[in-house]
Each structure stands twice: as C-alpha cells, then as structure tokens.
Write a protein that binds this ligand. Structure first.
Ligand SMILES: [Zn+2]
Length: 355
C-alpha cells in the first residue's frame, strides 16, 4: 500500500474520538472499511463491530483490536465555568496538565485546556510533585457555570486533542495509537486476506472491540457472537528502548524491530508456534514478549471466555503509552498486517489447537 493511504486511514481512525463507552464515531469508519471487504458486517448491542469473511469456513478465527481510547468525562462545573472531570481509563496525572483537549459535544468538538496551578504559586512542598487528578480542571474559556453548562453539560466526554504527526524515519506520534495502530493493522489484514480469498479456508472474523481500557469488556461479549476456536489479539506494548526503562526487568522489545509475539500462560502454545511459523515464512522480523502471567490486554479475558479460546497476542511496540504522544513505527504496523494475513491464509480445518 502507498504511504499516503496508510496515513489517511490511520489518521481518520485517530481523528474519530472513541473514549470507552463512546466509540460510535470511530466504529462508523470501521463499518465503512469492513463493508468494502467482508461478507457480513454487524454491530452488537454493546457497540462491537463484527465483520465476517467466509463465515462458513473452519476453523473460526477471530482477529481483534480494541477501538476505544482514554478519555475524560465532565462531572461538575463550578460557578466560574471550570469543568471538573473523571478519567475514562487509567491516566498518569503527571501527563495531563497543560494538555489541549477536545470536548465532544452535541454540536461538535469544543477545544479546551487542562488547567493546573502554575509553579509560581506552588507552596514549597507542592514543587516537583505531580498534581492529583482532583487538582486539575478543563478551561474552555467560559465565564460562568451557565455558559459552560450550555456547551458541555456533565456527562460530556473529552479526549486529548493530539492528531497524527509523522516523526523521522517511519515513526508517527498521536494520542490513541493504543490501540488504533492495532485496529488499523486488523483492518489492513481483512483487506489483504479478502484480496486472496480463494486461498482462505478459515472463517475470518474481525472484531473492533469496545471498552478495553475499562476492563476488557467488548471482547467478552463479542466472543459469544463469534464463538471463535482461536483468536489473535493485536494491541500495543511498552518498549525498553528509551531512557528510564530496564531490559533486565521487562525484556528487550524495541520500536521498529517488528511485532512482538507474547509467550506465556495467556497464550496457546500451538497458536504461538503458528505465529512464529507465519513470521518466518513471510520473512518478517519479529520480537519475543515473554509474559508469564497477566498481559493487561483483551487476551486475558478472551482466553477464558465460554469454554476457552486458543489465543495469541501480537504486540505493536509503542513508546510513551497512555500519554498524548504515543509513538509507533509504521513498519511494525505493516509487518503486523503481513504476519496476520499469512497466519489466516495458512489455517485449515486440520489445525491442532490442543497444547
Ligand atoms: Zn490497548
């Protein structure tokens, strides 16, 4: 694919806000893309978009990435028109002061900034300490409670405003690359597999899952609809290639060195082997992510849903997770799609998933 079209779909996915529970704007784009390549596209009552290609095939393979991102919800507006918020998902409060945000209101996006007491006014003991979330507010420039309430009443959700920006090489930065980079890779896989569908034996289900950031909720419901025998989750993972990280502690995953394949209890060993085989056959660079227990991704729940699913986890290396400037390499994103395409096309009904 051309650089141009890569950036434009990823850009569009990022532009569309999708804080957990409010994913409808991004799911519209997902549905449009899936409709171009899949045989069926449905949206369930939870908000998951489920696309099926060759649904009569065997085995039933689910490829999933979460479409939700971190956000903020307005809970209270004071007399001066400042908006107090609760986080949607887990924020490091140190990353919020001074951030530009967009409030997603009934009449479109409204810009704001996250206000904080400036250093000039801090007491000795406050200096050098990150403020707590309750010490932050959103300033939209309103001058009264009434004015602010008319624009963004309690219940309004916001996201950081950062859009996609290329860096040097093939790195890009944006908010929400967790997990829109993964979502893009899954949609690109659907496109590539559909172009070679005469080779496809498996039933391929692509799920754009909601509400991962608040407890892996969308995969739980979509697993009942899809009933997969095996499933691959695509998400992002932190890297050990920048200052203040330790390879000794978290392993040696780097940006630009290919997708990282998780090995550990939350992954089916046969699926892991098949992923390694697909990477080797496609001549792709890949990395290892040894994670003995919890992965903190949708895999944790998907593996134990219904009577169990043979799961695999493919991670796109990502710096500065959960900040407004996450960074990934487009090379890793593309390699992820190539790997998953190879994996899906190689599967047939004879696959043995018993460890
Ligand atoms: Zn994620």
């Amino acid at each position: 694919m051309e650089e141009e079209s890569h950036l434009s779909l990823l850009e569009e996915l990022i532009e569309r806000p999708s804080p957990s529970g409010f994913e409808q704007p991004v799911q519209e784009v997902v549905r449009r893309e899936c409709a171009r390549y899949a045989d069926q596209v449905t949206t369930d009552v939870h908000g998951n978009v489920i696309a099926a290609l060759h649904p009569e095939g065997r085995p039933r393979l689910m490829l999933t990435a979460h479409c939700d991102e971190l956000g903020l919800m307005v809970r209270y507006i004071d007399e001066q028109g400042f908006l107090y918020f609760a986080p949607i998902g887990s924020f490091d409060p140190a990353t919020l002061p001074g951030e530009r945000v967009l409030l997603h209101t009934a009449s479109g996006p409204v810009p704001g900034v996250i206000g904080v007491k400036p250093i000039h006014l801090q007491e000795e003991e406050e200096r050098g300490k990150a403020p707590a979330l309750k010490q932050l507010w959103i300033d939209i420039g309103a001058s009264s409670k009434k004015e602010a309430e008319e624009i963004a009443p309690p219940g309004t959700v916001a996201t950081r405003a950062a859009r996609l920006q290329p860096l040097r090489g093939r790195l890009v930065t944006a908010r929400g690359l967790d997990d829109k980079a993964g979502l893009y890779a899954v949609l690109e896989t659907l496109r590539q597999v559909s172009a070679q569908r005469e080779q496809l034996q498996t039933a391929l289900y692509v799920v754009s899952a909601v509400q991962e950031e608040i407890g892996f909720r969308g995969v739980r419901t979509s697993a009942y609809e899809v009933q997969p025998e095996l499933a691959i989750v695509v998400d992002v993972m932190p890297t050990a290639d920048h200052p203040q990280t330790s390879r000794q502690e978290i392993g040696d995953v780097r940006i630009g060195a290919g997708p990282a394949l998780t090995i550990g209890a939350h992954v089916n060993p046969r699926v892991y082997e098949l992923l390694v085989q697909a990477a080797r056959e496609a001549g792709l660079r890949y990395q290892l992510d040894p994670t003995p227990g919890r992965t903190s991704t949708d895999v944790d729940l998907l593996q134990v849903s219904r009577s169990g699913v043979a799961t695999g986890l493919v991670n796109i290396p990502c710096r500065y997770l959960h900040t407004g400037s996450e960074v990934v390499s487009l090379e890793d994103v593309e390699a992820t799609a190539t790997l998953l395409t190879r994996f899906a096309l190689a599967l047939n009904a004879e696959v043995n998933l018993i460890p």
